[in-house]
Write a protein that binds this ligand. Sequence first.
Ligand code: CA
Length: 224
Amino acid sequence: MKVLLVEDEKKSAAFIGKGLREHGFVVDVAGSGDDGLALACMGEYDILVLDVMLPGRDGWSVLTELRQKGIQVPTLFLTARDGVNDRVKGLELGADDYLPKPFAFTELLARMRTILRRGPVRRSNLVKVGDLELEPSRMSAVRAGVRLDLTPKEFVLLHLMARRQGEVLSRPYIAEQVWDMNFDGESNVVDVHIRRLRTKVDDPFPRRLIHTVRGVGYVLDDRP
Ligand code: CA
């Protein structure tokens, strides 16, 4: 899942970004309200984590602009202020939740998961490939009625392939999308994860969904 974090305090942004990546999220960071707004308008984010106090355009203004443009990305506000008025203001502007600083990372993660679970945007994002069904809001993968036990990274990888079903995805593309890393050609991280994924997604079932395209990459496809 893709997160846009808008936070001008570098230390805080680095800490939150690292934690979220470790939990399987792909994270983009913006250091100002204007940058955040521009990214949010372009990118397809599953959730926005938005600091209120930002240089230039503040968090309220970012959210107001987004909603005016019809962009309904679920949003969690971060703020030093804990006043009831601020909370109400955030929710009235269309934020999904509000987390006063300082907060524990686990608390942020729990709030984000709650938002992602209930978000109307997410609920409609069920992805199907043959008898495989992925529901990102619950990190749920079910094949032929059997729940698959995937790690967050495996889920992200499978979800990427499912959204792009039928398209051959190159290793560099997968590495960038799932691990946020530049693929150096030496790393076998993609192959290792595909192998693990196959033991869960394909091995127990008669029909294979994950196919190797030699010299190119991988494709998820329900084809004979
Ligand atoms: Ca700030």
